[in-house]
Design a protein. Structure first.
Lengths: 287, 319
């Protein structure tokens, strides 16, 4: 790990620490049942930005296992699923720019993935990662949480979050976003990676700058700091996870190869997390 | 008696939706109000997003209640052939943003992906949010959030048919989930323009039945609404009848391809079978075991492409 890499992320941590979260929880009657209580959460992040998330807490004295759902790439994140509410203290975070966390910044699609990308200090994923770290701090600080049973799930932002916020007992990475993005851009017109192609088509001299920025966010560079068992969902076809990342995870790595039968895949991913966090697996399709 | 719940027989479930007596009048009025407004289409180019093979533009038009609606427009680069290009109109899912469909343009289509009101770029005046759209004013069919959303989809077809590079006789509609349900609505309300419709895991079909078959979003929004407002259920059911795809299906006058995941927790397969049963011929149903809301995506996309190509003939002359 280079000094530049370490210093970049240490600065993010330092800046984030300057902004207390000051969470405000608002109970949502429609998301409350005898089995759980749902809240909308407003909390502060880096750069004087007010963020948003959904929190659900099972009924009872606890302690309960916890689950952080990091935001997906897109403007909307669903509230946590009913099955997760029954089993976990679950927090679903919005990063800045997404719906409900879109004031004063509203993300564009396409546009978000390359916003400020020529300068690591201004790349939008710098504060977005900080938003994920703030979400992790919020979940890990929940009073009814069993600190030995917290998990995090989502795209490779989940891995970066877990690398920088030890405390998770299980990490599940459902797919790549930032991993080897400069390689993934080749041979596709799919967004968000096509944003890199759009940028370089008009600014070919920026290629080294883009690569340098993205290197700071490369999950393979963060992986050595991951302490917990990590499940990577491996695509059934197309580009897969790079050897650097697989090697960096070492004995903590567990792979699940997707079948593309998504009911099967969803059940398998759910069962892995449930097993790690000590709850029963649950199928979303009600048989 | 064991009290055990029998397994779901998804293909045999009897799902019916009462059709309001003034259903046709309600939608005729909605479209009449929309058609009274100048669509004022604009097609500004986006060279920053274009490639040597694909020209990307934005499409804007004015719709119901004077709301300005956006879409992405991707066309093969270069001059259009005589008679124009065929069009694939894609309608996004509930939480999705419209995409720039460059790969479809590379195959010879004008590929348009719509952002009906409330989606990004179309939400400056109307923004019920997500979650929120499904239950926005759901107690009142006249102000329900989906009224303008449906009108935006239908109006897009009128606008697209008049664009200079478009062959108005070769417009197909495709989408999954919300895009599947709205594709059926579009084909029903514009039978003279929609030549074929491919609908995956159609949402907004059998709405009130669906909320009893799943805890997944978006239908869970209605469950949560009724948890907080239990006395509103008759009003919610009344509104749903005006917007339910089952009540539009028999108006479709275009070949239809429907595909379903047999373990779809988002749009229960029972509702997909019900809307398929209500569609007139010609129609085709594809089902995928062990699949959920992706509805066999990996295997069905080549079949969707073949279906649309067969009806719209992207590289050849009109049939």
């Amino acid at each position: 790990m280079s000094d530049g890499f370490r210093a970049y992320w240490a600065r993010v941590d330092d800046e984030l620490a300057e902004f207390p979260a000051r969470p405000v929880l608002t109970r949502v009657p429609g998301r409350c049942t005898p089995n759980f209580t749902g809240y909308q959460v407003r909390l502060s992040g880096i750069g004087s930005y007010r963020l948003f998330g959904y929190l659900s807490v099972p009924t009872g004295p606890g302690p309960f296992p916890g689950l952080l759902e990091v935001p997906r790439h897109g403007s909307v994140n669903n509230a946590p699923h009913y099955n997760e509410r029954l089993r976990y203290i679950v927090f679903t975070a919005m990063h800045r720019g997404q719906r409900l966390a879109d004031s004063p910044f509203s993300a564009s699609y396409p546009g978000l993935f390359t916003l400020g990308i020529t300068d690591p200090a201004n790349y939008i994923y710098r504060p977005i990662v900080a938003d994920c770290l703030r979400a992790a701090e919020f979940l890990l600080g929940q009073p009814l949480l069993d600190p030995a049973r917290a998990g995090v799930t989502g795209d490779d932002l989940a891995l970066i979050t877990a690398a920088r916020r030890p405390g998770f007992a299980a990490i599940q990475v459902t797919g790549p976003l930032l991993h080897e993005a400069m390689r993934r851009r080749h041979g596709t017109t799919e967004y968000p990676w096509e944003e890199l192609n759009d940028h370089l088509r008009h600014h070919p001299a920026d290629e080294d700058a883009l690569a340098a920025t993205l290197a700071l966010f490369e999950p393979a560079r963060h992986a050595p700091a991951v302490a917990a068992p990590t499940q990577l969902a491996v695509p059934s076809s197309g580009p897969t996870w790079g050897d650097d990342l697989l090697g960096a995870l070492g004995g903590r790595l567990q792979r699940y190869r997707r079948t593309d039968e998504d009911a099967v895949d969803t059940r398998a991913l759910d069962a892995w997390l449930a097993g790690r966090l000590g709850v029963d697996p649950a199928a979303r399709f009600i048989a | 008696m064991t009290g055990a719940t029998p397994p779901r027989n998804t293909s045999a479930a009897a799902i019916t939706v009462p059709r309001p007596a003034d259903f046709d009048e309600f939608w005729a009025d909605t479209l009449r109000l929309t058609e009274a407004i100048d669509p004022a289409p604009e097609l500004p180019p986006r060279p920053d997003l274009s490639t040597p093979e694909v020209t990307v533009s934005e499409l804007f038009y004015t719709s119901f209640q004077h709301v300005r609606v956006a879409a992405w427009y991707a066309a093969p680069a270069g001059p259009a052939p005589a008679g124009g290009y065929p069009v694939v109109l894609h309608i996004p899912g509930y939480v999705s943003e419209p995409a720039i469909l460059k790969s479809w343009a590379e195959r010879g289509y004008i590929a348009i992906d719509l952002a009906p009101r409330g989606k990004l770029r179309s939400n400056s005046a109307v923004n019920p949010g997500y979650p929120g759209l499904l239950t926005h004013n759901i107690v009142d069919r006249f102000t329900y959030g989906y009224r303008g959303f449906y009108a935006d989809v239908v109006r897009s077809i009128d606008v697209i048919a008049r664009l200079p590079e478009v062959d108005a006789d070769r417009i197909g509609v495709w989408g999954s989930s919300q895009g599947g349900g709205l594709g059926i609505v579009a084909a029903a309300l514009r039978p003279g323009l929609v030549r074929c419709v491919a609908a995956g895991a159609p949402y907004l079909c059998g709405i009130m039945a669906a909320i009893r078959l799943t805890h997944s979003y978006p239908y869970e929004e209605i469950t949560e609404y009724l948890r907080a407002h239990p006395d509103d259920e008759p009003l919610v059911a009344d509104t749903a009848g005006y917007y339910d795809g089952l009540n539009f299906a028999d108006l479709v006058d275009a070949p239809a391809l429907v595909y379903l995941g047999m373990e779809d927790d988002v749009c229960p397969p029972e509702t997909g079978f019900a809307v398929y049963a209500a569609l007139p011929e010609p129609k085709q149903l594809l089902t995928y075991e062990r699949c959920a809301h992706n509805a066999g995506l990996r295997w069905v996309i080549p079949k969707v492409e073949a279906f649309l190509d067969g009806h719209l003939k992207p590289s050849g002359a009109r049939a």
